[in-house]
Design a protein around this ligand. Sequence first.
Ligand code: DP6
Length: 325
Amino acid sequence: MTGVGRVRARANIALAKYWGKCDTAHNLPAVPSVSVTLDALVTETEVALDPSLDRDLVLLQGTPRDGPEADKIRSLLAELRTLSGSGVYTRVSSHNLFPSASGLASSASGFAALVAAGERAYGLGLSLEAQSALARRGSASAARSLFGGFVELPSGVPGDGTLAARALHPPEHWDVRVVIAMTTLGAKDVASRAGMRHTAETSPYYAAWLGCAPGYAREVRDGIAARDLERVGRAMEASTAAMHASAWAAVPGVRYFKPSTVALLDRVEALRREGIGAWSTMDAGPHVKVLCLAADAPRVERALRAVEGVVELRVSRPGPGIEPW
Ligand code: DP6
């Protein structure tokens, strides 16, 4: 047993979206998703075994935490403890090196770093695939952040807890950029987990989403393999629209768009009319992420910065998977 694990993981953005589960107990996605790991959005986590503790101590951004977020972390640590046969609790300290109040999802990088640091602390020697399957239980999108570059998480088979993400291509495969435009933060968003559950339970369009999502994921995957930006972009926008339409049609509707979100989507379409290959996506929040070629990123960044309601921008290249630090 090594006693301490320190791991850096990065957030990822889904180019083909995951929304809805086929097995809630095992947190298995109902549809396949495809992502790119983002170099610019890093979480650093240390897990240290401490025999003096009588429960896991969780510090996020330096502050001790309790409540549902800490409970999810403790339940993953309990799984690692069971696998190790150890009875020793841990001190967990995790920092997002990007503005965590910005509303950018940090659960993907957070759970990926937690599982990887925890399995090192307990000296388990788990494969990346096994770590990905464990991170998936924290958040399905976290399963993808174990890997760098372009990554796929297949849909689950109910009852099969081994589902893991897999790397499709390394970061060097394609020199694209994701320009992240953060918009004015209004009322708190509905968390993805609650939003997708409510969609599955009440939206008449959920079945349609389940019907079309696998085809978009295939198209995104094939487009990435061929480095065909337009093919990926069209399928990504279709996947995003279908996911959000299914959520919006829930009763009551779950709507993540703000006026600045729509203004950004309009600006991206205008960029295309100006001859720039720029394609948008959004997750469970009002921010817009734009995929483009590296050479076009400065122009896209300038254009988005001028949109009313944009409070901060980040440009990210495809990044690596988990790393020790
Ligand atoms: C819209 O992975 O946060 O970002 O598995 O319930 O924790 P849980 O959900 P989560 O959902 C992410 C949804 C999304 C699309 C995506 O990342 O694929």
